[in-house]
Design a protein around this ligand. Structure first.
Ligand SMILES: Cc1ncc(COP(=O)(O)O)c(C=O)c1O
Length: 414
């Protein structure tokens, strides 16, 4: 097999011929670069970057990050089991528990993975069940920031975290059951463009992180949310300057606290978003009284971010890059009116049979996917070290239908 030196338009066309479309493609080298560069930007020496695996749980990507000694942020028991099965150490995983059941609590506890608890109610139940144990506590930083209201996780209208003003109740419970709080956590939101909001969240959380109330702290976790430029016109945040400011806020805090603690961040998007492409094919062009609609062989079941968050994803017509510019709605094949990747987007003329790539599709795209309308999820191709690895293979229509029948618990016929 020829070694791949750069992922360009010709290569996408070759991939479409070889693997078919729709197809997700990930650039492994970029994932590793993004993971490692955060350690360069954030200069505080006791730093751990936990990859938020909800962004993309492709096992090729997880193996890749494990080989880069990555830590993981997990949010469901199955994520924890998957990480452990792939060989991540329980000590390198944090489990952030939102609205979990008692059964899930016991299931995770058995694995030995550290809990990050986000409600007083769960804290009470956890402490009573496991007195003397260690935990991390998630607070709501009381800062409202993020790319869309659905991904802003601070402030009073969110289900996440314990209010900072409830810190005394936290202490009452943890003291009563001799619980050691080894970590404090917050996550403000996703795609935060205003770096000041991040500093504000950090400062708010650090205000309650004192020796007297929390003498056993080993780390403070400031969540994820690092923004990447989705639009070609958007500027990249100055991460070097941002990293320096973060380190300085934390260094000042550690002096006050009296001990150097670990600083954690949990980015998902920053690490994988830019590495991913969704390669699709146009099969129908419609002209609705002048409104051009390009119908493709994918849909919001494969990439829901435009529908869910009004997110912008750059699209390129790789079959006709120099075509005359026209305005299109680029839509999917799912029976829902909202099934569009882009509305009124200027693109080089699209013809039936043209291949399009949707860019920055590495985070919250495949992982949010479904087989709605009974259409299979795309295959996933990882390009690593110049080689192609088909990590997941698309089910044929017959295989998908068969999988529905074979996953039935009880088959009844009337
Ligand atoms: C608790 C927590 N940590 C980390 C992340 C990762 O966020 P992002 O992908 O924006 O970095 C999320 C995203 O939802 C989250 O809920």
């Amino acid at each position: 097999m020829e070694k791949i030196t750069s992922i360009d338009q010709n290569l996408f066309i070759k991939f479409a011929e070889k693997y078919g479309t729709p197809l997700y493609i990930y650039d492994a080298d970029l994932i590793v670069k993004r993971y490692k560069e955060l350690y360069k930007y954030i200069t505080w020496p006791k730093l751990k970057i936990l990859y938020a695996m909800k962004a993309n749980y492709n096992i090729g990507i997880l193996h890749l990050l494990k080989s880069s000694k990555a830590y993981l942020d997990t949010v469901s028991p199955a994520e924890v089991h998957l990480a452990l099965k792939l060989g991540f150490s329980k000590d390198d995983i944090l489990y952030t528990a939102n609205n979990i059941t008692g059964e899930e609590m016991r299931e995770i506890k058995k694995t030995g993975v550290l809990f990050n608890i986000d409600s007083l109610s769960r804290l009470q139940k956890y402490a009573a069940a496991y007195p003397g144990s260690e935990i991390c506590i998630r607070f709501n930083p009381d800062v409202y920031a993020g790319a869309h209201k659905h991904v802003k996780t601070g402030g009073e209208i969110t289900k996440f975290g314990i209010l900072l003003s409830d810190v005394n109740s936290v202490k009452e419970i943890t003291n009563k059951y001799n619980i050691k709080v080894v970590g404090l956590h917050e996550h403000t939101g996703s795609g935060i463009g205003e770096t000041d909001k991040v500093y504000e969240s950090m400062t708010n959380l650090l205000k309650i992180a004192n020796q007297e109330d929390f003498p056993h702290l080993r780390f403070i976790d400031f969540g994820g949310g690092f923004k990447i430029p989705y639009k070609p016109t958007s500027a990249r945040i100055d991460y070097a300057g941002f990293g320096e400011n973060i380190s300085s806020i934390f260094s000042d805090f550690c002096k006050r606290y009296g001990r150097d603690l670990y600083m954690y961040f949990e980015p998902g998007k920053y690490i994988v978003a830019e590495s991913g492409y969704l390669l699709i094919e146009v099969n129908t062009i419609k002209n609705n009284r002048g409104r051009l609609i390009a119908g493709t062989n994918s849909g919001f079941n494969h990439l829901i971010r435009p529908l869910l968050y009004s997110s912008y994803h750059q699209i390129e017509n790789i079959s006709n890059p120099n075509g005359e510019l026209k305005i299109y709605d680029v839509c999917g094949n799912i029976c829902e009116t909202g099934d569009c990747f882009a509305e009124q987007r200027e693109l080089p003329e699209i013809r039936e049979g043209d291949k399009l790539i949707i860019k920055n599709a590495g985070a919250y795209c495949y992982s949010m996917g479904s087989i709605y309308n009974l259409r299979s999820m795309p295959s996933e191709l990882l390009i690593a070290g110049g080689k192609e690895f088909l990590i997941t293979k698309r089910l044929s229509n017959e295989e998908l239908a068969e999988s529905i029948i074979s996953s039935a618990n009880e088959v009844i016929t009337f």
